[in-house]
Design a protein around this ligand. Structure first.
Ligand SMILES: Cc1cc2nc3c(=O)[nH]c(=O)nc-3n(C[C@H](O)[C@H](O)[C@H](O)COP(=O)(O)OP(=O)(O)OC[C@H]3O[C@@H](n4cnc5c(N)ncnc54)[C@H](O)[C@@H]3O)c2cc1C
Length: 381
């Protein structure tokens, strides 16, 4: 029988996927609209399958997230404050991912962050890793997820319960018991501990997911009324005692209102220009203080930041806005290095940073890997 082919280059960077004539559109559910789920959904939808993406939060992008805020009295710049409170930036090492990122850059979804990055070892500041290209979403990390979800069928604010295997198909429902439909295939893209629960009817995959741990991370977002007098825009704080691990001037990222950092360092910042900072706590410190009241955590992180700025010869300007967030799952400790997980007999699989090297690049490639596995299984059936 001649083979009818369906190919796509938008999700595969020119690597076309070929599907035989016996092909029929499958109903596929993707649980989780972080970057791995979006990569998988895009690639499967490009092959004309009926893909439904379910996301428990109010937006897409998962941990590549941005919080928007407004001062009660309005901002001097007139723009909302933006804080990338999850992933700070991402790198691209895999050639296919590099091409993908270039295509996002051409569409204006991402841009390189040329911020001055430093390291602090407890006594002095030194420049760090200037040769690395650090990519960020524009005007915030969340822009990437928002844009990549366009054209897909996404159901937000829908927390999916563990899919049940029922007469050869997967039955999905949400936490209120609402029927979400029956699907031929399911892709789970939640962080590993949540995936382990979602995969209860696929015990082999659930057992693999249950082995993966994440570091937690307390995050503090701070809006200052004038620029913080620090010569760096991002600092790795290499002190094991905590509380800080990383501090970053979000305002220095492309597409945000940029404050006059150099004037502030020289001590002559005269204009009122808000400056947005994100502080990440050290993982060990976060674990110890995970259940502390937010005000207590904020005070400790703020004190450490003030001490850091003082050591650099300055002092913190007035804070106009602050908020903290605790991430239970931030970075994967030991990823599986499997690419993705797939059970061919059950037609269910998993992807995410925990399957394929922590971080955004690993997550995206894992999403592409599960879509390829699923399409290959369909093609060979
Ligand atoms: C504080 C912090 C700092 C980081 N820094 C960096 C960095 O600098 N560089 C970098 O590359 N990476 C960084 N990362 C890691 C990076 O954000 C992740 O590796 C990547 O975003 C993971 O994508 P993912 O799709 O695998 O998972 P996620 O982004 O977690 O997406 C999973 C999605 O599934 C949804 N979900 C879960 N359960 C359900 C359910 N039952 N029903 C429906 N939806 C569900 C979640 O809401 C989420 O949107 C950081 C992360 C954090 C939190």
């Amino acid at each position: 029988m001649p083979m009818a082919l369906v190919s796509s280059d938008s999700a595969t960077d020119g690597r076309s996927t070929q599907v035989p004539a016996a092909w029929r559109a499958l109903r596929i559910a993707v649980i989780g609209a972080g970057l791995s789920g979006l990569a998988a959904a895009r690639m499967l939808a490009d092959q004309q399958h009926q893909v439904s993406l379910f996301e428990k939060s109010r937006g897409c992008g998962g941990r590549a997230a941005t919080r928007r805020a407004a001062y009660p009295s309005g901002q001097p710049s007139g723009q909302p404050l933006r804080f990338d409170h999850g992933a700070q930036y991402f790198t691209a090492r895999d050639p296919g991912f590099q091409r993908r990122v270039q295509s996002w850059a051409q569409r204006g979804l991402v841009a390189p962050w040329d911020g001055r990055i430093g390291a602090f070892d407890g006594t002095e500041f030194t420049p760090a890793g200037q040769e690395t290209t650090r990519w960020v979403g524009v005007p915030g990390m969340s822009a990437l997820g928002r844009e990549l979800a366009k054209g897909l069928s996404v159901r937000l604010e829908t927390r999916v319960m563990p899919p049940r295997w029922c007469r050869g198909r997967w039955q999905l429902s949400d936490e209120a018991g609402t029927d979400l439909g029956r699907f031929d295939r399911v892709v789970v893209s939640a962080p590993a501990p949540q995936s382990a629960e979602l995969l209860m009817d696929a015990p082999r995959l659930a057992a693999q997911a249950a082995c993966v741990d994440y570091t937690p991370c307390w995050t503090l977002m701070l809006g200052f009324d004038t620029p913080v007098p620090l010569a760096f825009d991002g600092v790795f704080v290499n002190q094991t005692q905590g509380p800080l691990r990383w501090v970053a001037r979000d305002s220095s990222k492309p597409g945000r209102a940029r404050p006059a950092r150099d004037a502030a360092v020289a001590g002559n910042a005269t204009r009122s220009e808000e400056d947005c900072w994100v502080l990440h706590a050290e993982p060990g410190w976060t674990r110890k203080h995970l259940n502390d009241p937010p005000e207590q955590v904020e005070a400790a992180m703020l004190e450490a930041f003030a001490a850091l700025v003082e050591l650099a010869g300055g002092s913190l300007p007035r804070i106009n806005w602050r908020q903290s967030h605790s991430w239970l799952y931030s970075l994967v400790e030991t990823p599986l290095e499997e690419g993705c997980l797939w059970d061919p007999a059950l037609g269910i699989g998993a992807c995410g940073d925990w399957c394929n090297g922590a971080r955004i690049e690993g997550a995206w490639l894992s999403g592409e890997a599960i879509a390829s596995r699923l399409l290959a299984a369909v093609a060979s059936a």
